[in-house]
Design a protein around this ligand. Structure first.
Ligand SMILES: Cc1cc2nc3c(=O)[nH]c(=O)nc-3n(C[C@H](O)[C@H](O)[C@H](O)COP(=O)(O)OP(=O)(O)OC[C@H]3O[C@@H](n4cnc5c(N)ncnc54)[C@H](O)[C@@H]3O)c2cc1C
Ligand code: FES
Length: 289
């Protein structure tokens, strides 16, 4: 399977400078969980719409505080809304959580390689998400469902630590009701009235309905989760060039200039964040590279 997934070109939106920060207005703020929120944004500079490929990210600038890479979590078929889902963990993301509807945020992007949604046409697609990892994968689900006839089975396996950390509940309800999408969820620890599966997300792989000879997998979550997910998929017979993972590293420029995001011989901002597993197998299995 070729990896021709789309990369950012040197020209930015509408031929502008790739590093140009565009002002966006916060139209809506959605509380997803206690520490995770989604921002719906609209351009403030007179331009219209925002196109991206599933898996790409933007650099979000909270003015006066700093800039962070955040994946685009919305529907790639809707160019009139830009959505980002962020977990507040540190300086910039906590400041972002305090912003209000009507405030302005700086955006540059989209950057990075996308999930190979076109290359896997004709295959069963297994999407495996852990925690906030569902955010970069939600555009994949939207895209696959918008082009449903082009794919075999579509399977979503989603795990969180507790039921309270489940993201995008409305989407999940809709997806679970569909007959053309198999959704399986699990939590590490059951709390409240959770009656569903308990155990790490990898425990779902053994019974997931897909044809290993004709499947591709897309995985996003903590690195330890991705490692074990790859092992389980390999046990099910998936080959490494049909497994894709999304990597995270600290970033500064986002466009392959500063070297902050180096991963082996590659730069995550430019050569990733989505990698075909066989291309990073060596470094993926070594910690802290
Ligand atoms: C390509 C790419 C896409 C990303 N997409 C998303 C996304 O869609 N949603 C999202 O919430 N995040 C995403 N991230 C991670 C996000 O960029 C970081 O969480 C953010 O840069 C942290 O910045 P900060 O200033 O808030 O925290 P900092 O002040 O830099 O860090 C504060 C503390 O938080 C810890 N920390 C930093 N990052 C994380 C993390 N990811 N998880 C747990 N602890 C952390 C640090 O180790 C440090 O101890 C993505 C990262 C990359 C590289
Ligand atoms: S963030 Fe600068 S090279 Fe990737």
């Amino acid at each position: 399977m070729a990896t021709t997934h789309k990369n950012n070109s040197l020209a930015g939106p509408e031929g502008s400078d790739v590093m140009m920060v565009r002002p966006f207005k916060i139209r809506r703020m959605i509380k997803e969980t206690d520490d995770t929120f989604s921002l719906e944004l609209g351009p403030r500079d007179g331009t219209r719409g925002f196109s991206f490929e599933p898996g790409q990210f933007n650099m979000l600038n909270v003015f006066g505080i700093g800039e962070v890479p955040i994946s685009i979590s919305g529907d790639p078929t809707k160019t009139d809304e830009l959505l980002h889902t962020t977990r507040a963990v540190g300086t910039v993301t906590k400041a972002m959580k305090k912003l209000k509807v009507g405030d302005t945020i700086g955006i540059r992007g989209p950057y990075g390689k996308s999930w190979p949604v076109r290359e896997v046409e004709g295959y069963d697609v297994v999407v495996v998400a852990g925690g906030i990892g569902l955010a970069p994968l939600r555009p994949v689900i939207y895209y696959l469902l918008a082009n449903r006839e082009k794919y075999g089975k579509i399977v979503l396996l989603y795990g969180t630590r507790t039921p309270e950390e489940i993201l995008f509940r409305k989407d999940l309800e809709k997806w679970r009701a569909r007959f053309d999408l198999e959704t399986f969820m699990t939590v590490d620890r059951a709390t409240g009235d959770w009656r569903g599966n308990v155990g790490v997300v990898t425990t779902l792989i053994g019974r997931a309905p897909f044809d290993h000879l004709n499947s591709a997998a897309m995985i996003c979550g903590p690195e330890i989760m991705m490692r074990f997910t790859v092992l389980e998929l390999q046990k099910r017979g998936l080959v490494d060039d049909k497994i894709f993972v999304s990597m995270e590293r600290n970033m500064k420029c986002g466009v392959g200039l500063c070297g902050h995001c180096q991963l082996g011989a590659s730069f995550v901002c430019k050569d990733g964040p989505v990698y075909r597993y066989d291309q990073i197998r060596g470094i993926f299995t070594k910690r802290e590279l």
